[in-house]
Ligand binder design. Structure first.
Ligand SMILES: [Fe+2]
Ligand SMILES: [Fe+2]
Length: 281
């Protein structure tokens, strides 16, 4: 993979938390040889990841928008530097997942209406919600991406099931989500620090995010004649998903603790390992 274009090595934030390196990279991907069921030949799990990917370009542009809205109120220089790196990483993710979503179109999945509807939803949220609420939504979704990313990095029985061309995208994205997992949260703490809104927003986002991903996955599967009848594979998918849910529940719930900070979930060692695996030159 191509090497990093800029590195911000920030070890301490204004809140005294330990930070990881946040590095903006521009890797290139090729999905020409990717099979339709790129997750271990499993239709449901492949469509689930595709559903996530379909929400990413608009969703991650929204995260950037929410942080940019208030960045002029961030006084800490370290955090300003992290915000720049966060914006750079999320912008790269949006581009890469647009390419991945083009692969989904090429193999005949009807994804454009889903992408259009995601765009409309995000535009509506930008109009209706206050700056504080938009940032609280971003923090909640960044918590989801961070805990899922850490699970993906740590569980080789999970990531080894990905086709290598898909694994490069998903593991790169997972690594960078762990690198910048505290940025939106620290901005929220510095600018608003409203615990009631932070926790209430997470309750709302949990319902809307999970039901939306479930809905998109079901839609992709229902419209996939060949995939929807593979009941043995569906059973296998449900088993893997219940394992995932069981592992993630406690770390998800940590978000509701008053003294919660994303860096309390130590991902330094696993991120180091994956930086080496993906980018060692
Ligand atoms: Fe991202
Ligand atoms: Fe992110």
């Amino acid at each position: 993979m191509q090497s990093a274009v800029s590195t911000l090595d920030v070890k301490k934030s204004s809140f005294g938390t330990h930070r990881q390196n946040i590095t903006v990279r521009r890797p290139e991907f090729n999905f020409d040889q990717l099979p339709k069921y790129y997750f271990n030949n499993n239709p449901l799990l492949s469509h689930l990841l595709t559903a996530l990917s379909l929400t990413f370009p608009n969703g991650e542009r929204f995260f950037v928008h929410a942080v940019r809205n208030v960045r002029d109120q961030v006084k800490a220089k370290d955090l300003q530097a992290d915000v720049s790196a966060f914006i750079g990483q999320e912008a790269m993710h949006s581009h890469a997942h647009e390419d991945f979503n083009d692969f989904a179109k090429r193999i005949g999945l009807d994804v454009q209406p889903i992408i259009d509807s995601e765009y409309a939803k995000v535009e509506q949220i930008k109009e209706i919600l206050s700056d504080k609420q938009q940032l609280a939504v971003t923090c909640a979704l960044e918590h989801f991406t961070a805990i899922i990313a850490q699970y993906l990095l740590e569980h080789k029985d999970f990531h080894e099931q990905l086709h290598p061309d898909a694994a490069r995208l998903w593991m790169w994205h997972a690594l960078e989500e762990t690198e910048h997992k505290a940025v939106a949260f620290d901005v929220y703490k510095e600018v608003f620090d409203d615990e009631v809104v932070r926790k209430r927003t997470m309750r709302i986002i949990t319902t809307t995010f999970l039901s939306r991903i479930g809905f998109i996955t079901a839609k992709l599967l229902i419209n996939d004649k060949k995939g929807r009848l593979q009941f043995k594979q569906h059973w296998n998918a449900f088993q893997q998903l219940s394992q995932l849910a069981k592992a993630l529940l406690p770390v998800y719930l940590d978000y509701y603790k008053t003294d919660f900070h994303p860096n309390q979930h130590d991902s330094d060692a696993i991120a180091d390992e994956w930086r080496g695996r993906l980018f060692a030159s």
